[in-house]
Each structure stands twice: as structure tokens, then as C-alpha cells.
Design a protein around this ligand. Structure first.
Ligand SMILES: NC(=O)c1ccc[n+]([C@@H]2O[C@H](COP(=O)([O-])OP(=O)(O)OC[C@H]3O[C@@H](n4cnc5c(N)ncnc54)[C@H](OP(=O)(O)O)[C@@H]3O)[C@@H](O)[C@H]2O)c1
Length: 319
């Protein structure tokens, strides 16, 4: 643990006393120092729920003691007892929503919603495939896809199939079965959209083969890089480029990453998060929680992610 002076909120900022901080495979990849992003030394952590502890000059609409959730917009900094942040990132958390559940909704559900609505433009009745369907982003895709009236298929290890089915998807065992063949068998001509958080050239090419004509391949992440490292990137980018140019009616729309998108679209960010909170309070969404770790055991949380074999979001808790 590192001890620093309490961060003072500047004008337009608030200081938040952390209650829960999200941990993700993205944090693990950044910690490996080969993935583009933060350079050490830095504090990891992309999503937080906490209590407003102090208001900087000019902040209106928030009160000391109020519980808020926020995404750090690529600045990291979440694995800390106190965080100073621009006030407009803080979205009030309803009283009857658990802080751990609330933090699990931030990056993963915003990413899933961005991918479904802005990148893929999904429509009710379409078929979608979500890889890593028991993981943080994948489980969010499955739940939001089901809620939006899509027919959802999800790849996961067999030990996660009950969870994936309970979230609304038809589970496919990517370890023992050929998911392209399974999708063909289950759907006839393929899915309209494939969301791929796994990455790697071979994986993305196979995802494109699971698409029907007119289908969209959405590359969203590179979970395979947790073990495969930086070498997964060039093959992934080549396949996305190839799918874009091949004259087979399939596309691979790219979108702005979460790092840049919401900064220009704060209303979307705030409204979406508030909607996810309401949907969870009313039981329509149920974020999967993999494990809770005390903040001081963040290293153990990273080992847990590196080992794999979990479902949902790992969360650090404070106090
Ligand atoms: N674009 C963005 O803005 C954005 C935002 C958030 C995250 N991401 C990225 O998205 C990726 C996933 O993040 P996450 O937090 O969802 O990770 P995660 O919670 O670790 O989930 C990934 C899951 O993928 C499954 N998996 C592993 N290999 C697979 C394969 N070959 N086929 C199908 N499933 C496989 C594993 O589940 P099983 O145990 O069932 O095998 C694992 O739980 C990361 O690369 C992350 O950086 C991107």
C-alpha cells in the first residue's frame, strides 16, 4: 500500500471516499506494462462507488455524504480510499442498490450498451452472439441484449453455462465445441451481430464466420491477451480490416472506445448509468459478482483474474 496526501478537489471537482472499486482484466493487462495506457507508477481502477466527501468550488447538484458511482474515463485511480474527480462524472446511486452491484454496472454495462447501440445498432428480434458471456462485459451484453428483445447466444466454459442461461442466452461451450458450427446448427444462417471481447486473429475470423449476410462483427476487447500478450493485437486488427473490405455483405464497425466517447457525450453516460441502476433495483438487471476482496488485497484480486475460472465482476471493498 502507498500512502499519499488526501487529494484536494479542484474547481468543478469532488472528492469521493471509496466504498467499492471494480477490478477487471483490463487492469491486469495495463499492469503488464505492455498494453497501451497508463504508465507506472499509477493507481489502477476504472470504476468506483463511494460517498461524496468534499465539494470543490462551483460544484452544484451534489451533497457531502451522497453515494455516487463514477467511471474514471481512462484516468484509472480507483484502487484508493479517496479519489478526486470531475463532479459531472458522479451519478447518484439509489439507496436500495448495493455498492458492489452498482460498481459492477459502470464500465461493463456502459461498454455493452455503447457496443450494442452506437457500434452495432442492434434491433429487436435480431440474433446476437456474445463471447465471454459469463465475464464482465459479456454478461452485460447478454442481459442488455435479452432486455432489448434480441435472440442471444453466448460462449462460455461449461461451468458457467447455468449462469449464462439464467441471464437469457443459449450457452455454447467454446472449449469443447466449434462455436461456428454450433451457431449454424442453432440458427441456420448465422447471427446478425457477434460481439468479440476475446480477440486474436483466429478467434475474430471465426466470429465473422458465425455472421449471416449483412452481419456486424464488433471487436470490443482482447481477453486472450491476459495470457497471450501483445502478440494478439496485430492479428486482431488484420482480421477486422479484412472483414471490412471483403465483398460478402459483412462489416466490422469500429467505434470510439470508452476512453474518449463519454467525455463528449456526458448526457448519454449519466442517463445510461441511471437507467442501469433503476433496472437493477426493479430486478430487470442482475450484475454478476465474481468475488469481493478488501482493497488491501488488490494483488490477490489480480491473481484471481489471471487464474480465470470466474464469472462476473471482481470488486474491491473498503471499510
Ligand atoms: N472496449 C471497451 O471500452 C472495453 C471496456 C471494458 C472491457 N474491455 C475489454 O473486454 C475484454 C473482456 O473484459 P471483461 O472484463 O469482460 O473480462 P472477463 O470478465 O475476464 O471475461 C472474459 C471471459 O472470457 C471467457 N473466455 C476466455 N477465453 C475465451 C474464448 N476463447 N472464448 C470465449 N470465452 C472466453 C472467460 O470465461 P470462461 O471462464 O467462461 O471461459 C472469461 O471469464 C478485456 O480485454 C477488456 O479489456 C473493453
Amino acid at each position: 500500500m502507498v500512502t499519499e496526501d488526501l487529494p484536494e478537489p479542484g474547481p468543478g471537482e469532488i472528492r469521493v471516499e471509496t466504498l467499492a472499486a471494480g477490478v477487471s482484466s483490463y487492469d491486469v493487462m495495463l499492469r503488464g506494462h505492455w498494453f497501451p495506457g497508463q504508465k507506472p507508477p499509477y493507481v489502477p481502477g476504472e470504476d468506483i462507488v463511494g460517498l461524496v466527501d468534499e465539494l470543490g468550488d462551483g460544484v452544484v447538484g451534489l451533497e457531502v455524504g451522497q453515494r455516487v458511482a463514477l467511471w474514471t474515463f481512462g484516468d484509472a485511480g480507483g484502487y484508493a480510499e479517496y479519489v478526486s474527480t470531475p463532479a459531472d462524472r458522479a451519478v447518484p446511486v439509489p439507496d436500495d442498490l448495493d455498492s458492489v452491484e452498482a460498481v459492477a454496472l459502470v464500465v461493463n454495462y456502459l461498454t455493452a450498451s455503447l457496443a450494442m447501440n452506437q457500434m452495432a445498432g442492434v434491433r429487436r428480434g435480431e440474433r446476437m452472439l456474445a463471447h465471454g458471456a459469463a465475464g464482465g462485459v459479456g454478461s452485460a451484453l447478454v442481459q442488455l441484449g435479452t432486455l432489448a428483445g434480441l435472440e442471444v447466444y453466448g460462449t462460455a466454459s461449461a461451468y458457467n453455462h447455468d449462469l449464462v442461461a439464467s441471464l437469457g442466452a443459449v450457452p455454447i461451450d467454446y472449449r469443447n465445441d466449434d462455436f461456428v458450427a454450433e451457431i449454424r446448427e442453432l440458427t441456420g444462417d448465422g447471427v446478425d451481430v457477434a460481439f468479440d471481447v476475446i480477440g486474436g486473429g483466429r478467434q475474430l475470423w471465426r466470429s465473422s464466420r458465425a455472421l449471416r449476410r449483412g452481419g456486424r462483427l464488433i471487436m470490443l476487447g482482447m481477453a486472450s491477451a491476459v495470457k497471450g500478450g501483445i502478440k494478439m493485437i496485430p492479428g486482431s486488427m488484420s482480421v477486422v480490416g479484412l472483414v471490412k473490405i471483403l465483398p460478402n455483405g459483412k462489416t466490422a464497425p469500429m467505434g470510439p472506445g470508452m476512453e474518449s466517447y463519454p467525455a463528449e457525450h456526458m448526457a448519454w453516460y449519466r442517463d445510461s448509468l441511471a437507467e442501469f441502476f433503476d433496472l437493477t433495483v426493479t430486478g430487470k438487471l442482475e450484475p454478476a459478482i465474481a468475488e469481493r476482496f478488501p482493497l488491501l488485497e488488490a494483488a490477490r484480486a489480480h491473481e484471481f483474474i489471471e487464474r480465470g475460472g470466474y464469472a462476473g465482476k471482481a470488486v474491491l471493498t473498503v471499510g
